[in-house]
Design a protein around this ligand. Sequence first.
Ligand code: PLP
Length: 371
Amino acid sequence: MEAMDMKIKQSMVGLVPYQPGKPIEEVKRELGLKEVIKLASNENPYGASPDVKEAIMEAYQDIAVYPDGYARELREAVASHVNVLPEQLIFGNGSDDVILILCRSFLTPADNIVTANPTFSQYRHNAVIEGAEVKEIPLKEGVHDLDAMLDAIDEQTKMVFVCNPNNPTGTYNSSREFMNFIKQVPEDVLVISDEAYIEYVTAEDYPETIPLIKDYPNLMILRTFSKAYGLAALRVGFGIANEELIRVIDPGREPFNTNTMGQKAAVAALKDQDFIQSCTKQNHQEMKKYEEFCRESGFHYFPSQTNFILMDLKKPGSEIFDYLLRRGFITRNGEALGFPTGIRITLGSPEQNDLIISELKKWLTAEVHPT
Ligand SMILES: *Cc1c(COP(=O)(O)O)cnc(C)c1O
């Protein structure tokens, strides 16, 4: 029997798995480098709160028993932190998992979703698996074109994804834009506001969406512990919405989709808001270095409300990527993100950022040839 005599569902044919940033160990081996730093997946370069370690040690004692599938302790902590009822939350094995739960709960091959392009890859990926059509609306100067996204909604549209701030551009839609948009979305279309980078946002006109769930039962907000909270390896994300919406999608969730270590770590991480503040403040300082570099050298960049920056360095993305890789930095090639002469760099520690910028200056502005 040949493996592919079995008939996988049509929507899976030709799909490729998520392409993660290059693994550190592989790069070290291939290029003979001693130190390699990964600035490709928007993780926190300062790690997580020191309190997390203790929480993990405590969780260690319970690893032989199943986790609390309802995540009660974490649920209560998050509910009080974001000021909603515990029943207005759904937890996921990362917010990726909540996206999957939403897609499997809502989509059939007769439906479509509306997203921006380029944006976070998992909206499209999960919708495609469900056989749904994906209507991709190009960004306008790097920002979600909410008017055009509104126009794209039709009778078959089940969900609209608004990645705010957007990955990979770091740009955001203002409160005014978002309100104008959601007011016009039909009541039977789910709006997902993916706020994975909200802790980094400083813009004063960034939408405050949580108070809207009262008036908009078709709004789902996504947050994560993987980025500013520094818990990417432990896989904890969550959705915030009207209780009724949470109740109907909950059966689409795996029973133990968040684990004991993740739950306990997230509770500890949430308590240490000083850590979050110091990381986001530092991030803001570091962002200025990249912006200054771009301004001085005449490169376009997207103003970012996140911990990454997408810059147009006017050379093929793969060349910039390789140049930085040979110097021990794994970044994201803009070619794979819809920006052929771009590079997306996750902001690192001050030392790492200084080093990257000086390497880029040497190459791009002094015309030193890469070796
Ligand atoms: C990183 C990211 C996520 C997913 O994070 P999880 O680790 O699955 O919680 C979701 N949305 C965006 C826009 C992201 O960049």
